[in-house]
Design a protein. Structure first.
Length: 495
């Protein structure tokens, strides 16, 4: 601590510059203030006392000429005493005021440190709340650019904070965001992922307001409604399918009987020799239309009848390969100009399924792809594991479909091809539903279409262990397999 030595330095400066005539008397109060700031409060008074003693000593020694004096004046003794006592009062006053001010500064520093700690704790709490909520949260400035994204929002959007911060929030979604000034500041918007998959979010908007500074930006909280909306569409589709099934069962037989009579009568009329070419042409039209109507009724009956399924352990790779082999032979004969590319991530994909019905699903996908690529193209078929499921995809390079067509593609009478009944994909949906699977379509106009099927994976090790335990209980492997098939056919579309 060098502060107590500073009065001696001040004494020397004051002595050398003229004693009571010196202009550097302010060094003593300055030293006292420094001592009050740097040292405990009592040291300020000790330094003030030391400064007074040194200052008085210099003046006394100069006055009585004990040491050489550099003073230009020689005041009276009472004037000297007045100077000494005035400086004594000044030094003590400076020590007291500096100590008082320093004490308050130190108290304020402690309070500021406590407030800073409380603010940090509050900030950590707010950050924990923002990071812990399950809803996505995005904040923006007044210019609409993103300033904060919580982990839930990053997970829902499948993008990192570095990719999102600084970008305009309106560019993220396909639909306009809700307006904070509207009576109901919430809306459903669509978001398109990088892998050409759309999600539906419910977004709620609010202004970010600070009482003393006004509106600083906007807050958007959103939840994922994609699965809910998908389930709602499936429920509506099932209702429509059931209604159409009842209608088909009711009228199919009533139409087929008179249709058979019409077809037989027309066949007899076509054999009359007196008929001219125009009459025969008209009868040919009636015959073809009767056949087409009979085909529609056949599809009606196939759709409305209760289907019987034979669930066994099946290999999806082999089922797809059998379907593609038949399709390749057909396309070679018809010279369609379509090539097939196989992208199988593995050589075997076991599941519990009715192989013939699943082949019917695959054939329908291939048939739609061929019809969509009239001028040739490429059909890409992929099989890959995805969680607990197998995912099978059929992607064509055809004209694609609009979002409205994609949403209703599995509903009855939604054929996009000339001559189609619109029941093929509806039957596909029934088959997949019976297999407790999922099926959907992805497409954009001019960018082809992809039909995706998901079926539950069969855990081979689990079946082996189950078979062993069942054998110990005097059960045959066939009974174990039947139990597995019953589980797989448990009904309902998995969410």
């Amino acid at each position: 601590m060098a502060t107590p030595g500073c009065p001696e330095f001040s004494k020397s400066v004051v002595h050398e510059t003229g004693g009571w005539d010196s202009s550097f008397n302010f060094l003593y109060p300055l030293v006292i203030i420094v001592a009050a700031v740097l040292l405990p409060r009592v040291w300020a008074h000790l330094v003030a006392a030391l400064a007074f003693l040194l200052y008085g000593t210099v003046l006394e020694l100069n006055y009585y000429e004990v040491v050489p004096s550099y003073c230009t004046t020689h005041p009276a003794l009472k004037a000297l005493q007045a100077i000494i006592f005035v400086n004594l009062f000044a030094f003590l006053a400076v020590a007291y005021l500096a100590g008082l001010l320093t004490g308050k500064l130190r108290q304020a520093r402690v309070q500021l440190k406590d407030a800073s700690g409380a603010l940090e704790d509050l900030q950590v709490l707010h950050e924990n709340i923002i990071h812990s909520i399950s809803s996505g949260l995005i904040t923006t400035g007044l210019d609409g650019r993103i300033t904060l994204v919580n982990p839930a929002a990053q997970k829902l959007l499948e993008r990192s904070a570095a990719e999102l911060v600084g970008t305009p929030v309106k560019d993220l979604f396909l639909d306009p965001l809700p307006n904070t000034e509207s009576p109901q500041p919430h809306a459903e918007v669509r978001f398109e992922l990088l892998k050409n998959f759309r999600k539906t979010f419910r977004v709620r908007a609010a202004t970010m307001t600070v009482p003393e500074r006004g509106v600083l930006g906007f807050v958007y909280a959103f939840d994922d409604l994609t699965e809910i909306r998908r389930l709602e569409r499936e429920v509506r589709m099932q209702d429509r399918l059931a209604a159409v099934g009842r209608l088909a069962a009711a009228i199919a037989h009533e139409i087929r009987n008179p249709l058979t009579s019409i077809a037989g009568s027309v066949s007899m009329l076509s054999g009359i020799p007196e008929m001219n070419d125009e009459h025969r042409h008209l009868l040919g039209i009636v015959t073809r239309e009767s056949q087409r109507l009979n085909s529609i009724i056949t599809d009606f009956l196939a759709y409305s009848r209760t289907k019987q399924y034979h669930f066994v352990r099946a290999d999806l790779v082999q089922l797809v390969e059998d379907t593609l082999t038949l399709m390749e032979h057909r396309m070679a004969v018809e010279k369609t100009g379509i090539t097939i590319e196989r992208r199988f991530a593995l050589t075997k994909a076991l599941t519990i399924a009715d192989g013939d019905k699943i082949k019917q699903v695959f054939w329908n996908f291939c048939e739609n792809a061929v019809r969509a690529m009239r001028g040739g193209g490429k059909l890409t078929v992929s099989i890959e594991p995805l969680g607990d499921d197998w995912q099978v995809g059929f992607t064509d390079t055809g004209a694609g479909m609009s979002p409205q067509q994609t949403e209703k593609i599995f509903e009855p009478f939604q054929s996009n091809f000339e001559g189609g009944t619109g029941l093929g994909l509806a039957i596909v949906y029934q088959i997949v539903q019976a297999h407790e699977g999922r099926v959907w379509a992805r497409s954009k106009p001019g960018q082809g279409a992809t039909f995706v099927l998901r079926l539950r994976r069969l855990d081979a090790e689990k079946i082996v262990s189950t078979s062993a335990s069942s054998a110990n209980a005097s059960e045959t492997p066939a009974a174990v397999l039947a139990h597995q098939a019953a589980v797989a056919a448990g009904g309902g579309v998995r969410g």
